[in-house]
Design a protein around this ligand. Sequence first.
Ligand SMILES: *[C@@H]1O[C@H](CO)[C@@H](O)[C@H](O)[C@H]1NC(C)=O
Ligand SMILES: *[C@@H]1O[C@H](CO)[C@@H](O)[C@H](O)[C@H]1NC(C)=O
Ligand SMILES: *[C@@H]1O[C@H](CO)[C@@H](O)[C@H](O)[C@H]1NC(C)=O
Length: 508
Amino acid sequence: MKQATLFKVVLVGVLACVSALLVGAEDRYLYFTWEVTYGTVYPLGFAQQGILINGQFPGPTLDAITNDNILVNVINKLDEPFLITWNGIKQRRTSWEDGVLGTNCPIPPNTNWTYKFQVKDQIGTYNYFPSTKLQRVAGGFGAFNIAQRSVISIPYPAPAAEFTILVSDWYNTNHKLLSQRLDAGVPLPFPIALLINGQQSTSVFTAQQGKTYKFRVSNVGIATCINLRIQGHSLKVIEVEGSHTIQEVYESFDVHVGQSVAFLVTLNGSPKDYYIVASSRFSRKNLTAIATLRYEGSNSKASGPLPPPPSFQLHGSMKQARTIRLNLTANAARPNPQGSFHYGTIKITRTIILENSEARINGKRRYAVNGISHVNPETPLKLADWFGISGVFDLNIIKDVPPPSGTPAKQGASVIGLVLHDFIEIVFQNNENALQSWHMDGSSFYVVGAIMVALDNKGMWNLRSAIWGRQYLGQELYLMVDNGERSILTETNIPSNALLCGKAKAHN
Ligand SMILES: *[C@@H]1O[C@H](CO)[C@@H](O)[C@H](O)[C@H]1NC(C)=O
Ligand SMILES: *[C@@H]1O[C@H](CO)[C@@H](O)[C@H](O)[C@H]1NC(C)=O
Ligand SMILES: *[C@@H]1O[C@H](CO)[C@@H](O)[C@H](O)[C@H]1NC(C)=O
């Protein structure tokens, strides 16, 4: 699958010189061809339709090293338009490759399109998934791991090996029927199962007694916060969403929707099998997925009660989230400490308060942010901005503060205009009785309350609910980070292969 023919390297090398300041010509190129199809999967032991990449469910793990250039030729064999988004990958200076409907025209059925981006100055555990429609409930997701370059030291001893755990929620209804339901204003049903790497109970991780392993865990589900634990073993957190953390040890760990965490696990038990458990948190039903940690040479199956979940309180989970702290003196992707940025002393130029709400518009359930329920225009926002196409979006629709309570929500293309290099504060205000999980493209973080963002990445960036039924019905917006000039020093040109749709078609 990974293939780097000399011809391609030379060709791309030439292109790279044109923008030599942007792409280090010495960095590796990784080429992937991914065919996306429907296929039969058996996560619960009976046949269901899934979305496969190169025949795999979950999709292939993308293993990269900091600064690799990644080219993924995605061949869409579904009967619906398709895009993949790279969750947590910063896409420096190039929101063109972000793979969401505000930046990209979707890849039509039976065509292909090649993503080209560099994982510049990134290290850590991420994932990818389909951003279009509700396809991700059926698959198309996978792990995206970025290892450190050999010159960078990491703040823990090299593990004996790495394992990937993707936890997802699973439905017994086809993704198209689920979208029709949402379109009709009916909430999604409760998932019927949780899966670990596409299986409810049969994934096995085999490892050696006495050694320490890295487990990279992503919650790629669409609705369910999960708790992860391993019978008889503790979890030492080493990295969350690309930042090295203070290495605290936990009995079990909550991984919120969209979140990625890496743990070290030392095999200090007797040589047998142990349960790995992912169970739902704060939900009406208790769903559980089980995998096996098998000591090499083990001949006894995991037994005894499953390790118990933590107590139900939301408070405990919030408290745990607050124990995640960056190790400010550890290396980041580059050999400078993660704490070299003095957040506390930088002047905040703008505070934006974003309030999520459930709304009824035209008699149907929608979700809104500051009273605007986002609808993607047929012309991607990024293309409209680049080509100067008017009438696609308007920066005055969404305001920096929520509207007075009682103001009816409305639909629109929700874009906040921001100035490159400003330092802003975003406060997430949740007056609903529902747990929220937010994701911001172009930079990545786990949100407990408010965030400070250094706007160092020009482009059109999606800020969305990671709870997909909410995102689908409008709980998202775009942050347009701009500086009023066109220069490849601050943003790459539109890729030569960019798909053009809507009003942008005229610019072919
Ligand atoms: C589609 O795939 C072909 C064959 O691999 C490739 O040559 C072409 O560049 C791809 N098209 C796009 C738009 O990526
Ligand atoms: C933070 O990282 C440094 C540098 O690698 C390491 O020496 C130190 O032990 C780490 N601190 C904690 C609390 O994990
Ligand atoms: C789910 O499990 C939790 C923790 O064990 C328990 O408090 C809660 O009552 C259970 N809920 C249901 C619906 O079974």
